[in-house]
Design a binder for this molecule. Structure first.
Ligand code: CA
Length: 323
């Protein structure tokens, strides 16, 4: 059985890695790609999505989303990590096709209502589009199959943050939106730094993918050059963490991950703004505002060897079919 997904993304180098993973997987039907600000501006991110769609002959509908957080001033593109326009050294051309006329939140609401219980929303950028969809149509909580979020850091395996000591980028970019999504009454699985920083695409892994996965392998190698220079300069690592593709890996094979259950909140002010917290034990407290919220799932361990093998084999198989 294939999983129908809408992928909400800020394309983005590791977003490109995730988009092509989803498209390549026979376990996933990629219905739509909704864009959001974050790694790139909304204009650049949407152009990147349309160009990748055209270049790889994809069917997914692209809908343009939010250009800024729900209630905070706009934040700039993360050019130091993802390059001037989001895809590192690679510059997207103008695609022939265009985005759906609806804003991303409307596309999400319409799609979910048209296929109740069938669609998984996968987010690999700030959560603004999902929060807007919840505000406009709160009834969608009962209509999505599940929400899979790449974001956050819960301190497991020592991972607490990447943009601040206590915040991960997607959550830090719009903490109010993330808190709305995590406290809504729908099933959420959070694949955060706790697990994404446990998996590494090494330089050698990406070289082998370039050699073995045809045009898509070459493309992934090309876009990852800028990203690897950032990792090398910033943390002295030959390779990169597997952030966004890990959310897709969860959809394809949830058994790769160990999950922990409990209500999740996001710090929306002060020095730990953007920090994610989970109440995962049954302890009672005199004051416990957490009991009002649904228990969500947080990834706390991953079989990184199997995840890396899944990614590689999925792209190689797809490249073989495309020849
Ligand atoms: Ca992303």
């Amino acid at each position: 059985m294939t999983e129908k997904i809408i992928l909400d993304t800020d394309p983005g180098i590791d977003d490109a890695m995730a988009i092509l993973f989803a498209e390549a997987s026979p376990a996933i039907e990629l219905l739509g790609i909704t864009t959001v600000f974050g790694n790139a501006t909304i204009e650049d991110g949407t152009r990147n999505a349309l160009w990748i769609k055209e270049r790889f002959g994809m069917q997914a509908i692209i809908a343009k989303g939010a250009d800024r957080p729900l209630r905070r001033p706009p934040v700039g593109a993360t050019t130091v990590v993802h390059g001037e326009h989001g895809l590192g050294d690679v510059t997207a051309g103008e695609a022939q096709g265009s985005a759906d006329p609806r804003p991303a939140w409307q596309f999400i609401v319409d799609s979910v209502k048209a296929a109740p219980g069938e669609i998984t929303l996968v987010t690999i950028g700030p959560l603004t589009n999902l929060a807007l969809a919840l505000e406009q149509a709160p009834e969608i909580t009962g209509l999505v199959k599940q929400v899979v979020v790449m974001g956050g850091a819960f301190g497991v395996n020592g991972h607490r943050g990447n943009v601040t000591p206590y915040a991960e980028a997607n959550i830090h970019d719009d903490p109010e939106a993330a808190d709305q999504v995590f406290t809504a009454d729908w099933p959420v699985v959070i694949i955060g730094l706790d697990v994404t920083q446990q998996s590494v695409f090494s330089g050698a892994y990406l070289d082998a993918l370039r050699d073995d996965a045809g045009e898509v392998g070459q493309f992934l190698w090309d876009v990852s050059r800028f990203y690897l220079r950032f990792y090398s300069a910033r943390i002295g690592m030959d390779g990169c963490h597997v952030h966004d593709p890990s959310a897709i890996a969860y959809v394809i094979n949830p058994a790769l991950f160990t999950l922990r259950e409990g209500a999740v909140r996001v710090v929306t002010d002060g020095p730990a703004i953007g920090h994610t917290l989970q109440k995962f034990d049954g302890r009672r407290h005199p004051h416990d505002g957490w009991e009002a919220y649904r228990a969500q799932q947080v990834g706390v361990a991953v079989d990184d060897t199997a995840l890396l093998a899944l990614y590689r084999q999925t792209l190689i198989d797809w490249a073989g079919k495309r020849v």
